[in-house]
Design a protein around this ligand. Structure first.
Ligand code: NAD
Length: 501
């Protein structure tokens, strides 16, 4: 039995046991859409008992900078199912995103975001759209490791790991097989980020070989996004790194008619979290006009996860019938007659037990969960044997803060102190070569990457030699701010060349 299977309730449990779920009403429109959705769940007969926790703005303002108190973590780890309203995260500064913290701390690696158009009742330029975005949920620029290194330069580390790629890409293929989807598209930018996005693409190609019945393709993210916006009906399942998935799923939801329509499941090995894809919409908070549909879809995904498939189908069909009857919130009505958040929920409640007549009625089945419940995740680094890889030190990039020396002056100075173990190979500024033979047209900042390569005649160069090199640099009055070691792995370069190198 895999670890994931242990969290899935047996059929017997589902019918006999009420599942306690952790619920956070959230910020902004969160409480309005959560109250409306919980009312739908209650009337539909969902076999759940909400346990409410406070997280987000209220908790930060009360002085808890993590935004999540210990008792909330306890509730999440005890109940293993989290139903969450949107949380406000300040832009540009202030506390870190609680959404990201929860996803990463609890290992919710797969973010599943279905986007379906509901023509003819919801106006859209894309009436035949039915795509699922599977977004990597723990890595990429969302590692949140940022530093200001010099007065002029800030940095955000983009971390992509092989186990992280394997987890999400395997999940996407299993999801496709489970849901009878025919094609998976991968989006990356590996023409530019050859190592990070390159690894994602490579693992995609490797795992694709295990699923010959599923068609696969890859698009570079920029043209891929353009294709989603122009011809979304050409896509089926799309898997991508975290940031691209975040952007693509808002675009995809919006072109179905409103960002307020789509729900999302955040799946992990131990815990799963369900929410709407949209945010806390402060511009309409407190007005009672937000569309609760995204959160209702999150609830439907949660019920399927809990094995309560009849209730999930009941709510989904009542929701479709509500649209067929012309009942819309303002974001869908777009100036036409509209109802408020709670009125919309009450209209869904009034149709529980009915089926749509124009849309295809929905019928979830428990067996549909089988494939994605059977994922064996990679073990943690300290639990598995060390990889059998020959890692060899090739040199070091030393980053300097310098406002005085020109590229040529800096280059000459570093060349004299490099030898005999190292040679200065190149100096780049913002990634582009400025020494040797830099162009006067190239703009420079106060942040210089100086690449020292180990000389061919030298064997057994170690970190000790790098420390000596740094000492020389320091003695020469230069200010180093960071180093990156250059390695080869099984003889393959583990670092990119400078632009123009
Ligand atoms: P947003 O999704 O909250 O709003 C974008 C636009 O869509 C707004 O005009 C809003 O009124 C509209 N909208 C969103 N949901 C709607 C709904 N259900 N019904 C009708 N209209 C709806 O995006 P934003 O303004 O960029 O972000 C606001 C806050 O939400 C930020 O603090 C952000 O960090 C946070 N956020 C949270 C989550 C989450 O909790 N998972 C996700 C995204 C953004």
């Amino acid at each position: 039995m895999t670890q994931t299977q242990t969290m899935t309730l047996s059929r017997e449990d589902v019918t006999t046991k009420t599942q306690t779920i952790t619920v956070a009403r959230g910020d902004g429109i969160g409480p309005e859409i959560m109250d409306a959705t919980l009312k739908v769940l209650e009337h539909a007969g969902a076999n759940i008992k909400p346990e409410f926790i406070d997280i987000g703005e209220k908790v930060y303002l009360a002085g808890n900078t993590s935004g999540i108190p210990d008792e909330a973590w306890d509730s999440l780890r005890r109940n293993k199912v989290f139903f969450k309203g949107p949380i406000t995260t300040p832009q540009g500064g202030g506390y870190k995103s609680l959404n990201v913290t929860i996803r990463k701390t609890l290992g919710l690696y797969a973010n599943v975001r279905p986007n379906i158009s509901y023509a003819p009742f919801i106006k859209t330029k894309h009436p035949n759209m039915d795509l699922v975005i599977i977004r990597e949920n723990e890595e990429d620029l969302y590692a949140g490791i940022e530093h200001q290194q010099t007065p002029e330069v800030v940095q955000c580390l983009k971390l992509i790991t092989r186990p992280g790629c394997e987890k999400i890409i395997r999940y996407a293929f299993k999801y496709a097989r489970q849901n009878n989807r025919k094609k998976i598209t991968c989006f990356t930018k590996d023409n530019i980020m050859k190592l990070t996005d390159g690894m994602f693409h490579k693992v995609f190609n490797e795992i694709a070989e295990e699923y010959p019945e599923i068609e696969t393709e890859h698009w570079i993210i920029d043209i891929g996004m353009a294709k989603i916006a122009d011809s979304p009906q050409d896509f089926d399942v799309i898997v991508m790194p975290n940031l691209y998935g975040d952007i693509a799923s808002d675009v995809a939801a919006q072109i179905t008619g409103s960002v307020g329509l789509a729900g999302s499941a955040n799946i992990g090995d131990h815990v799963a979290m369900f929410e709407a894809i949209h945010g806390s919409a402060p511009d309409i908070a407190g007005k009672g006009i937000a569309n609760p549909s995204g959160l209702i879809h999150g609830a439907i995904m949660m019920l399927v996860h809990l094995g309560q498939v009849e209730i999930a189908s009941r709510i989904h069909n009542a929701w479709l019938k509500t649209l067929e009857d012309g009942i819309y919130t303002g974001d869908i009505a777009k100036g036409g007659a509209s109802v408020g958040t709670m009125e919309f929920a009450e209209a869904v409640i009034a149709r529980l037990g009915q089926k749509p007549t124009v849309y295809e009625p929905v019928e979830y089945k428990n067996e549909e969960q089988a494939e994605t419940n059977d994922i064996t995740l990679p073990l943690k680094a300290n639990e598995r044997p060390k990889a059998d890889v020959v890692r060899k030190l090739d040199g070091v990039d030393v980053f300097l803060y310098n406002t005085e020396l020109s590229p040529d002056e800096l280059g000459k100075k570093l060349e004299t102190l490099a030898g005999p173990k190292f040679s200065l190979a190149v100096i780049t500024n913002r990634g582009v070569k400025v020494y040797p033979h830099g162009f006067p047209e190239t703009f420079t900042t106060d942040h210089w990457r100086c690449r020292f390569q180990i000389n061919e005649s030298q064997d057994n160069i170690t970190n000790e030699d790098i420390i000596q090199l740094l000492d020389q640099i320091q003695q020469a009055g230069l200010d180093f701010i960071k180093t990156e070691h250059l390695y080869t792995f099984n003889g393959v370069l583990g670092y990119s060349l400078g632009q123009g190198q």
